[in-house]
Write a protein that binds this ligand. Sequence first.
Ligand SMILES: Cc1cc2nc3c(=O)[nH]c(=O)nc-3n(C[C@H](O)[C@H](O)[C@H](O)COP(=O)(O)O)c2cc1C
Length: 165
Amino acid sequence: MGEKVLVVYFSRSGTTRVVARALAGLLDGDIEEISEKKGREGWRGYLRSLIDGIEQRSSLTARWALDPTPYDLVVIGTPVWAWSLSSPVHAYLNAYKGKIRAGAFFCTHEATGADSVFAQMKRLLGRAPRAVCAITSSEVASNSYGPRLEAFVAALHEGAAAAEP
Ligand SMILES: Cc1cc2nc3c(=O)[nH]c(=O)nc-3n(C[C@H](O)[C@H](O)[C@H](O)COP(=O)(O)O)c2cc1C
């Protein structure tokens, strides 16, 4: 594609991480996991995440190292929490509204909520994504998400070609 690509994501329990790593490999891009001061393990972490999702909160301790603004394309991934994006990704998008040249979104979920998550992410990014991709955790567990991810990568390549002068 000739573009400089960054894949950035948050993952509480590893599912979104699997997809992010595969995606960074397919796109030959850099990858970064957003972290937080405190982990979200166990039922307390689950409950905290659930409330953060319901309230559509932005994490106060989310951190990352790479500046996404020099990248041609930033692909942002999140788990779905109560039909919402995760609070660390919320914080990330808040920090760069209108500053990312081109964005694309992916999420992992059990079954529902991807559409509302992508709508929230679009609003926070301040522009429409080049493409979106929703993958279920059972597709990740059974390692059957490949075709869906390849379709996403094809859409990203097409978008890059369309954007060329
Ligand atoms: C607090 C919380 C809320 C969730 N809410 C939803 C939901 O609304 N819809 C859904 O399909 N999955 C929901 N899930 C399932 C996760 O989106 C799914 O397991 C995801 O793949 C986890 O990604 P991760 O392992 O990268 O954290 C929820 C999970 C958690 C922890």
